[in-house]
Design a protein around this ligand. Sequence first.
Ligand SMILES: *Cc1c(COP(=O)(O)O)cnc(C)c1O
Length: 387
Amino acid sequence: MNKKLYLDNAATTKVKKEVIEEMKEYFDVMYGNPSSQLYELGRKSKEAIEKARKEVADFINADEKEIYFTAGGSESDNWAIKGVAFANKNKGNHIITTKIEHHAVLHTCEYLEKFGFETTYLNVDQYGMINLEELKQSIRPETILISVMFANNEIGTIQPIEQIGEIAKEHGIIFHTDAVQALGGVRIDVKKQHIDLLSVSAHKVGGPKGIGAMYIKKGVKIDNFIHGGGQERGKRAGTEGVQNIAGFGKAVELAAKNFDEHNDYLIKLRTKLIEGIKANIPDVVLNGHPTNRLPNNVNFSYKYVEGEAILLLLDMEGIAASSGSACTSGSLDPSHVLLATGLDHGTAHGSIRFTLSDEITEEDIDFVVETMRAIISRLREISPLNK
Ligand SMILES: *Cc1c(COP(=O)(O)O)cnc(C)c1O
């Protein structure tokens, strides 16, 4: 049996040991309801939540009072967009986003069209970057929200967030960014980058699944999301997932502590993998920006082959990765992100994303390159597309 190599860290990450340790006691020792403030068990739960809130706030240069825990990145994206749309509909009905957002953003914008909202979907260039001039020209008097992701989950491209924030601010438009992939991989400073709303999720940074957060800048007009009790300052009701929040806080603490070392190492691995693939496999296209990309993201298209076939053969070698088509989710359409960068359907179908972690070694990268070289040449030999 080969060593298992997990190279799908953009899909989710392994929960760090320290995080599991941190979470444990909130199941059967500190199990009080954080709203029960009249006895110690409840107060301890509340303290755990506030400690985690401070970790998250400090990591993105926000105030603790501006952090709201949610059930994950999708929920935060839903809340940001619907919450702003409905709270500001007297001001306007226009939203600007991009063609390469996560579906939690795209499908929420589509949903809002039923209520009379209109969305402009910005184009991206071949590297997945938006054009700031196009953004400026898309702004209308009735624009109430700009939502542009910090870094893309498929191709890793990092957007010019600070400049987008400046443009939004100049026009008095609320700026939301989906920073689920950026957290831990890119420096986030909500003040410097003029961000009003920001979505993050724990399970992409070594934390548990089903917990995330939203940063809501003080003063931003947004509807409450879950109606019920007074939790999360009345904006997001429901008894808090204390153990998940504590785990999220720990994951963020670790990400903050090892930030530079961790990312320098990932960039070294990323460079080695990109160079290795380019040097050993002909007819490949690097997707995403050559330098302005997440430290752990490597995404290539391999001409004349199908991504799904590559994934099957990789799995037989113990390597977990992800393809550029949505076949796994029951559809045969290639990824909307790759199509937006201008790839034709055929090339987009032959795409594989590797997302690295610090458990991967340089020897592992050599193994991946050699395995890919063998798989691609084998598939191309039998490919009807390869003339
Ligand atoms: C994973 C992801 C989400 C969804 O987060 P969940 O916590 O899984 O709901 C949203 N946006 C991006 C960019 C992601 O990568």
